[in-house]
Write a protein that binds this ligand. Structure first.
Ligand code: ING
Length: 316
């Protein structure tokens, strides 16, 4: 796999991570990420993509009431002392980089916490970041659940919208985990001409709120990634934190999806693994100029009420 003469073909390294325990020091996770970055550079990758909350365990699985303990899962600066090594490696290896992290920001004089992802260029500079909008689960711990899902407790709703950036020869956007289940999130990127959507995720195999869905976790993950990519004529890269992490089984199944909706590469293991794919961004045009030519075919005036939830029709 090599860098291509055409600026429109990029080599993606989807860098799946295996479990990260609560006790794992950030420096050890960064070392695992650096090893994958070096492996990706050897494979001539243009851009490496890591999961949601890549630097720590998926801590929203627990009720954490001690603020100092909670802050230990967040980055107070980006880059910070440990993540600076990732930025430096991006620069040295000429390798674009995307990873998810807990963001502790100071805004309006008070601490604000977001579930965020950063996009870094091959020069090691920060291109931009995104804050997760769709926070699943609960604000309060649920009685009887073996694992909680408390993202609404620990993070604020993302307030940066759904940005895209011109980068790596195309138009790049980011979503985080649950965002991928909401077509509106994809469409906000699609309306901006996105050609590559990067999606890190930590998806438990069991959802205690709906155990009857558990057999379909992988199917639903692929369904929303393939539909989102196809319906918005974009490449999509979904990168897992997989394996059994602190006793909670997490979906692996890192995949790269073409604008056709076809899965072109997927992970084979539950652990640290590079999934490589050649992505010809030019292939998006075949869909953006025909079936999904939004200017020619979309009827936004007829969707006028799409921004409001009109309320579910009561069951019979
Ligand atoms: N995780 C899960 C996701 O949306 C979830 C939450 C799991 C929702 C299973 C529905 C079913 O993939 C995160 N972190 O959003």
């Amino acid at each position: 796999m090599g860098r291509h003469a055409s600026a429109r073909v990029i080599t993606i390294a989807a860098a799946q991570l295996g479990p990260v325990t609560r006790a794992t020091q950030r420096g050890l996770v960064v070392a695992r990420m650096l090893a994958l970055m070096e492996q990706a550079a050897r494979a001539q990758a243009t851009l490496i993509v890591f999961p949601e909350l890549a630097l720590t365990t998926f801590f929203p699985r627990w009720a954490i009431d001690d603020d100092a303990a909670l802050d230990g899962f967040f980055e107070a600066a980006m880059p910070g002392p440990e993540t600076e090594l990732l930025f430096a490696a991006a620069r040295q290896l000429r390798l674009g980089l995307c990873f998810g992290y807990g963001e502790l920001a100071k805004q309006g004089g008070r601490p604000r916490r977001f579930n965020s992802s950063a996009l870094i260029g091959a020069d090691g500079g920060l291109i931009g970041h995104y804050r997760k909008v769709h926070l699943p689960g609960d604000h309060e711990p649920q009685p009887g659940f073996e694992h909680q899902h408390l993202e609404k407790r620990y993070f604020e709703t993302g307030d940066l919208g759904f940005p895209v950036w011109r980068a790596f020869g195309g138009v790049v956007g980011m979503l985080i985990c649950n965002d991928r289940r909401w077509p509106e999130a994809w469409r906000m990127l699609g309306l901006q001409g996105v050609e590559l959507v990067l999606v890190g995720y930590n998806t438990p195999l069991r959802n205690p709120e709906a155990p009857d869905h558990d057999a379909l976790v992988r199917f639903h993950h692929r369904l929303v990634m393939q539909a989102g990519a196809y319906q918005n004529a974009t490449w999509a890269v979904a990168v897992a934190k997989g394996g059994v992490e602190e006793g909670q089984a997490m979906l692996a199944d890192t995949i790269v999806v073409a604008p056709s909706g076809e899965i072109v590469a997927c992970s084979k293991t539950q652990g640290d693994e590079l999934v490589m794919a050649e992505c010809d961004l030019g292939r998006t045009q075949s869909y953006k100029t025909t079936i999904f030519d939004f200017a020619a075919h979309r009827k936004p005036k007829l969707y006028s009420r799409i921004t409001e939830y009109t309320g579910a029709v009561p069951p019979p």
